[in-house]
Design a protein around this ligand. Structure first.
Ligand SMILES: [Zn+2]
Ligand SMILES: [Zn+2]
Length: 401
């Protein structure tokens, strides 16, 4: 998915340090907004040294990077990261494709680990628990959206897991391509018993990004769901929609993906360049999840929606090819967007996946293979999600340091 600093109004601006500092929720007078050294009177003093992989500039490959995690605040959970999924947003951020990357950038927001330490006020987690962190690490916890469990739409600005200023210190957040992480308790998720830890990682972004619209538009046993694109997001949309009982059609420009779609459990593949098949499929869908990550034309897909049907965009960030309003007006059809999901819904998704045994298809890599993985990701050459085994970090970092 695309997790970026876009305001709710759709303004394409990065969340600024000053804006975030103004929204600080712990009035300790600590929001310097400068990212400089910071020490709160009520937190521990032990800074955790850790190692990760960072991009130092837009053109540089990711390379080993030693840095510090903050001392534990009372409501913080510290974890050792075991696995981290590789999302398209990681690549866009590392390369500054959206123009607001702050370097050095440590990407990664599909994080699974084990608790190593908890702050004095933490009561939900204990040392040794299997936990996860997704795209969010903080929000104001006070606005209507936060109260409704939709922290991703926090009126005062969510804090992303990477490339985002910390609400208290102003320091830029570093993500999961690293050995350790410190996150406030409210943004830590529990990995349910029985879920494979490595394969759980991609659920934290690809999973929730597709689960949230399925739930928002009430997909269930009688639903007819279409999925455009069969990459990291698309293959999760297929699995989750099937898990919810829907009839699922994968939509693709060629029939090359037919076998893959059926293997994932989809009922059929609809070839979007086959005019006859597209005409026959008209008005046959309640919800279409569009995971295509680049600019594309929605017009062939809109007539596929039934009256009141919705095409929801979760992949591409930016301008679309001009949509024709005729099918929208004649069929009360909608084009919508969706951004990850809140913490409550993310936990619900993890529990759902554990119950239904739904997991992504993953290709495990070592940390030092990340640059190669980025290149393959750019060419959609992965089935369907890379996951970094963080146990490889010490040796690969040491070899290159
Ligand atoms: Zn992501
Ligand atoms: Zn809020």
């Amino acid at each position: 998915m695309a997790l970026i600093g876009i305001g709710q109004g759709g303004s394409l601006s990065p969340l600024t340090l000053s804006g975030m500092a103004a929204a600080t929720n712990e009035g300790a007078g600590a929001a310097s907004g400068t990212g400089e050294a910071f020490q709160s009177p009520h937190q521990g003093l032990l800074i955790m040294k850790t190692i990760g992989y960072a991009a130092q500039t837009a053109g540089a490959p990711l390379a080993p990077f030693t840095f510090e995690r903050r001392p534990l605040r009372p409501n913080d959970v510290a974890m050792e990261i075991l696995y981290c999924g590789v999302c398209h947003s990681d690549l866009h951020t590392a390369r500054n494709d959206w123009g607001w990357t702050l370097y050095p950038a440590v990407p990664g927001h599909e994080i699974v680990g084990r608790v190593t330490e908890v702050g004095s006020a933490v009561n939900r987690y204990k040392v040794g628990d299997a936990v996860a962190v997704g795209c969010l690490v903080d929000s104001c916890q006070e606005c209507d959206h936060c109260h409704h469990g939709e922290e991703q739409f926090c009126s005062n600005g969510r804090t992303d897991t990477y490339n985002s200023p910390d609400r208290i210190s102003g320091a830029i957040t570093y993500g999961g391509y690293s050995k350790h992480l410190v996150v406030r308790e409210e943004f830590v998720l529990r990995v349910p018993e029985g879920l494979d830890l490595a394969k759980t990682a991609p659920l934290l972004c690809a999973g929730i990004t597709t689960y949230s619209p399925l739930r928002t538009w009430n997909v269930g046993p009688s639903s007819r769901v279409g999925v455009i694109g069969l990459g990291g997001l698309g293959h999760m949309a297929v699995k989750l929609a099937i898990g919810l009982g829907a009839e699922v059609t994968v939509m693709s420009r060629t029939k090359d993906k037919a076998a893959d779609a059926l293997a994932l459990g989809a009922d059929r593949l609809l070839v979007s360049t086959d005019e006859q098949a597209m005409a026959k499929a008209q008005s046959g869908f309640d919800l279409i999840i569009d995971t295509v990550p680049v600019k594309h034309d929605l017009n062939p897909y809109l007539p596929l929606l039934d009256v009141d049907g919705t095409l929801v965009l979760v992949g591409q960030v930016g301008p679309l090819a001009e949509p024709n309003t005729v099918p929208m007006i004649l069929g009360r059809r909608r084009i919508a967007g969706s951004l990850i999901g809140g913490i409550r819904e993310t936990q619900e998704m993890l529990d759902f996946c554990a119950r239904k045994n739904i997991l992504p298809e993953c290709e495990m890599i070592r940390m030092d293979q990340i640059n190669e993985a980025f290149e393959r990701l750019e060419h959609a050459d992965v089935r369907y999600r890379f996951v970094i085994d963080m146990a490889s970090l010490d040796s690969s970092a040491g070899a290159k340091a």
